[in-house]
Design a protein around this ligand. Structure first.
Ligand code: ZN
Length: 220
């Protein structure tokens, strides 16, 4: 397990606040959207419901148990808490979860489109594919219905009509993966706008090499 087990509480809260500010600075969240969590044993530290990520401070971070019940803090747990706790119960190697409505990712999610980019070696090695999980009302159990189907194989997934979810061994890692997909999508978008007629796909043999690199990176 390890992860955050030996990290002091104040340090965990500091990391969450830093990434929340970073998400806001980079334009990945509106004022009240998105949430971040960290698992330490059976305790989950998370950003509370309806709080600005820009103005978030350590004192506003709450803790809940794995069933989403409030343990510490004055503020309300986000209705998206089950999305976070489900990731932790499905994967032992996941110690942090980040969810936001990053614009390019969310455009794909709203269109119910998975993302695959055979033109980008970086995308192929790092992600292989970003699937889109079928729609569920935000905060409802349906939103996590398809998580078990995908989260073991993918660290970043789109949520149909909603946004994006990333997991990692640290908050920075989970956030960086979302940021990376968002940046790759920006390039994809510009390429499609400027050069709609040009196929930029890498040859099949090269894609196979990259897929093997992707698999070995994931320890397959
Ligand atoms: Zn959301």
């Amino acid at each position: 397990m390890a992860g955050y087990d030996n990290v002091p509480d104040y340090e965990i809260k500091r990391e969450i606040v830093e990434i929340a500010h970073m998400m806001n600075r980079k334009g990945l969240v509106g004022t009240y959207e998105g949430n971040i969590s960290v698992r330490k044993g059976d305790k989950v530290y998370e950003t509370p419901s309806g709080n600005s990520k820009e103005l978030l401070t350590e004192g506003r971070i709450i803790t809940v148990d794995m069933d989403g019940n409030l343990i510490e803090g004055e503020l309300t747990p986000t209705s998206e808490t089950p999305m976070h706790t489900k990731c932790y119960t499905l994967r032992d190697d996941v110690h942090a979860v980040v969810h936001c409505h990053a614009p390019y990712c969310t455009a794909f999610a709203q269109a119910n489109m998975a993302y695959d980019d055979p033109a980008s070696p970086e995308f192929q090695i790092l992600f292989g594919k970003v699937p889109c999980l079928k729609y569920g009302t935000p905060g409802s159990p349906e939103i996590i219905e398809e998580l078990p189907k995908y989260i073991n194989d993918y660290d970043v997934v789109f949520l149909q009509n909603h946004g994006v979810l990333g997991v990692g061994s640290t908050v920075l890692e989970a956030f960086s993966k979302i940021m990376s997909v968002e940046m790759l999508l920006q390039t994809y978008f510009i390429r499609k706008m400027l050069f709609p007629e040009i196929s930029c796909d890498l040859p099949k043999e090269e894609l196979e090499v990259l897929m093997r690199m992707h698999d070995s990176k994931r320890g397959k």
